[in-house]
Design a protein around this ligand. Structure first.
Ligand code: ZN
Ligand code: ZN
Length: 372
């Protein structure tokens, strides 16, 4: 038995043992569960409602004081009120509203013993610690700065500039602004998922795989896994953000689309054991289909389910059928996980660089065939 298949075996048996343990746990809980669980769930609902109300009240109190011509200086840069608002919506809203909402929702559906929130708080394995470390480094701007350095500034490239140039020189301004607002959002979401689908296919090619492998290195879905992204993964900048801007998606609508995409991203990396029925077949990817995309023995079966909108998988022949939450996930390459994640970032970046170098010098991207 090769090292890889031994590793697969141990993952699968670990995962089966884990499932058996969880099943035993849930049976133990089932007796006195009903009343107490519903009381706790109702309490949690009230707590989340109170939390959301508190945030909303704070925002309502604060908003009138943020005048439009207000500018503050941060690290020598003048930042206007509209940028502060965008920043709040861009990173504050998901962190304070969307993330707690999905964690709460998942706990409600899968029950507290299996909840990602409980495991993040009290039972952190190496995979979960890496996800937490990623969020902390991202919020502290460390990953963003690292990403700009690794991509030589490309990760901050702006497509709105190109759109404006086209409009200025040709008089043609593409966009959906003639449509009602809801249709614009729906239309841009549809277009976004198309670009996202093909970007994701590209990320799975031999050249780009090291940068995307970083995301696939998770061994445990815990909602925040969605945010485990390599800082140098620059394909979305050119293949999603830029075309969206050229197609005239206004900044405020892009922020909304990003929030919707973030929400879906968090849900599909949850432990919710559902295929979402008809919705999961065509409209929005389900957690179990995304789990199948993360399958550990991807080399044997090939991955499918690239699209946030499953319709694209149906149309382009990458729909792989159904799955469940018992599938073992991960990649063959060893990862440090935990707080040693920065070594994984560097290793994957160097790996991508080496593959790119071989490509431009006319050599095969991989020096030797991958081990079977
Ligand atoms: Zn992928
Ligand atoms: Zn994923």
């Amino acid at each position: 038995m090769s090292i890889n298949s031994q590793k697969n075996q141990s993952y699968i048996s670990d995962s089966r043992a884990d499932l058996a343990r969880r099943a035993a746990g849930s049976q133990r809980h089932s007796g006195g569960r009903t009343v107490l669980t519903w009381v706790l769930r109702f309490g949690a609902l009230l707590a989340y409602g109170g939390y959301a109300w508190l945030l909303w009240t704070l925002w309502r109190g604060l908003e009138p004081h943020i005048s439009d011509d207000l500018t503050v200086k941060i690290a020598g840069h003048a930042v206007g009120a509209h940028q502060v608002r965008e920043k709040l919506f861009d990173s504050g809203l998901w962190l304070l509203v969307i993330l707690p909402f999905v964690l709460y929702l998942e706990a409600l559906v899968v029950g507290w013993p299996k909840a990602a929130l409980r495991r993040i708080l009290f039972e952190r394995n190496a995979s979960i610690r890496m996800d937490i470390a990623n969020i902390v480094a991202d919020q502290a701007q460390v990953l963003r700065i690292a990403g700009r350095l690794m991509t030589f500034g490309l990760s901050a490239a702006a497509g709105t500039w190109i759109h404006d140039q086209i409009a200025r020189h040709t008089g043609v301004s593409i966009g959906l602004s003639a449509l009602p607002y809801a249709l614009q959002i729906g239309g841009y979401f549809f277009i976004y998922t198309f670009f996202d689908y093909w970007t994701h296919r590209l990320d799975h090619t031999t050249l780009f795989w090291p940068l995307h492998r970083y995301h696939h290195s998770t061994e445990d879905f815990c909602v925040i896994t969605a945010l485990r992204q390599h800082p140098a993964a620059f394909t979305p900048v050119f293949l999603i953000n830029m075309p969206m801007a050229i197609l005239g998606a206004p900044v405020d609508q892009m922020i909304l689309i990003n929030l919707i995409v973030t929400l879906i991203g968090l849900v599909i990396h949850s432990g919710i054991d559902s295929d979402f029925g008809f919705i999961g077949q065509y409209v929005i990817q389900s957690p179990v289909h995304h789990r199948l995309h993360h399958i550990l023995d991807y080399k044997a079966n090939g991955v499918g389910h690239y699209g946030l909108l499953p319709l694209w998988d149906r149309l382009f022949g990458t729909w792989k059928g159904d799955a469940d939450q018992s599938l073992a996930i991960g990649v063959d390459e060893p990862y440090n996980q935990g707080f040693g994640f920065w070594k994984d970032i560097v290793r994957d970046y160097v790996d991508f660089g080496a593959r790119l170098f071989r490509l431009v010098t006319g050599k095969p991207i991989l020096p030797t065939p991958p081990a079977e």
